[in-house]
Design a protein around this ligand. Structure first.
Ligand code: TXA
Ligand code: MG
Length: 343
């Protein structure tokens, strides 16, 4: 399959290309597009066989449900059994934006979208290209992140091509995504609304509207509520190990570890915050951003994990960031990329 690449600098000037991509969606094709979080891989979310192509292209397990992307608030109604008042308030406050809401699904939502669950995830992305594509398609877009299953999510159109060129019909390039980590997923079908995946919209943000918000901490015994959270994720080729230290403790421990790996003939990649990036040994050192400006760390994380694949490092040592604000979502992804491994 040939993958058509279009750079979209201005939605209005390039509307003919977006209309073409929308037609491809209606014809059952796959179109990758930018959102404010990461690139998505879209298909007609109301058509079973179109949605199945997403799972094929990504190599995604079929029990991992997809998010439906809409462009107008009223588009929620036909997709859900009921729209709770609190959901409406959340949508009015945070949409378009990086918040995915889980509802009881209506009959209109194909089984494949919800991975066999009785619920459906919906969000309105905050990106002009995404919104224009949804409008041009005239249907909700089922869209996971546009990476091969298990790989870091794509934050540029080039990342999408690395993973999916020849497997999808179109890539719309809207430049690098702003936030860099996927949306917050909030389950509204339980007594206490529950965050299943942390993202840019924090628990504190949600508490402006909700009386209580729980955070799902999937343990190894329990079945995770967001099926996607149980799979290996975001992983570069070299194994990642997290280090919790900062300052001098970090430096001396890291340099000793690097010496040990060098003795074994192994090359070491280091992912470190700006504050601790000096006087470090290591073969490839990447500065991920400042721990005082975690938005920069979020925006760089997936890109830098991918960049290590272009080096010959055998192992990646990644420094943790404080688990507050954005740091909660960043550490959630980093821990998955490391498969929980620490040094
Ligand atoms: O920012 C985002 O959310 C991006 C952009 C493209 O919109 N999309 C994204 O989709 O991250 P995906 O498929 O990579 O992740 C969706 C997550 C998975 O962990 C999935 O298991 C969970 O949401 N999810 C989807 N539908 C669900 C449902 N009905 N119940 C529970 N979890 C659900
Ligand atoms: Mg994903």
């Amino acid at each position: 399959m040939h993958t058509t690449y279009y750079k979209i600098n201005h939605v209005n000037k390039e509307m003919n290309r977006i209309v073409q991509a929308g037609q491809m969606i209606r014809d059952g094709g796959l179109v990758a597009f930018p959102t404010e979080t990461v690139y998505g891989l879209g298909a007609n979310g109301l058509d079973e066989s179109s949605v199945q192509k997403i799972f094929m292209a990504k190599g995604r397990p079929s029990d991992n449900p997809l998010i439906l992307h809409i462009a107008h608030l009223e588009d929620v109604n036909p997709l859900v059994k009921m729209l709770p008042e609190k959901a409406l308030q959340l949508a009015e406050r945070f949409w378009p934006g990086p918040l995915t809401l889980i509802f009881k699904r209506s009959e209109l939502v194909p089984e494949t979208v919800s991975g066999g669950l009785s619920t459906v995830a919906i969000r309105m992305p905050d990106h002009p290209v995404a919104l224009a594509l949804i409008e041009a398609s005239g249907v909700p877009l089922a869209a996971p992140s546009a990476n091969r299953s298990g790989r870091p999510s794509p934050t540029t159109a080039q990342h999408v091509l690395q993973d999916l060129e020849g497997r999808i019909d179109y890539v719309l390039d809207g430049g690098p995504t702003g936030l860099g980590l996927e949306s917050t997923v909030l389950d509204l079908t339980v007594d206490v609304p529950t965050i299943l995946r942390p993202g840019a919209i924090s628990r504190e943000d949600l508490l402006d509207i909700l009386n209580d918000v729980a955070v799902d901490e999937p343990s190894s015994q329990q079945k995770p509520k967001a099926p996607g959270m149980k799979y290996t994720h975001y992983a570069p080729q070299a194994p990642v190990f997290i280090m919790d230290e900062t300052g001098e403790a970090f430096r001396s421990k890291l340099n000793a570890l690097v010496d040990d790996f060098h003795d074994k003939g192994q090359k070491v990649g280091v992912l470190v915050t700006h504050e601790d990036a000096h006087r470090l040994n290591g073969d490839v050192i990447k500065v991920i951003g400042s721990k005082y400006h975690l938005a920069s760390v979020a925006a760089n994380l997936f890109k830098m994990l991918r960049e290590f694949d272009e080096t010959s490092v055998d192992i990646i040592l990644a420094q943790a960031v404080p688990e507050e604000g954005w740091g909660i979502a960043i550490m959630n992804r980093l821990i998955k990329a490391a498969g929980g491994k620490k040094l």
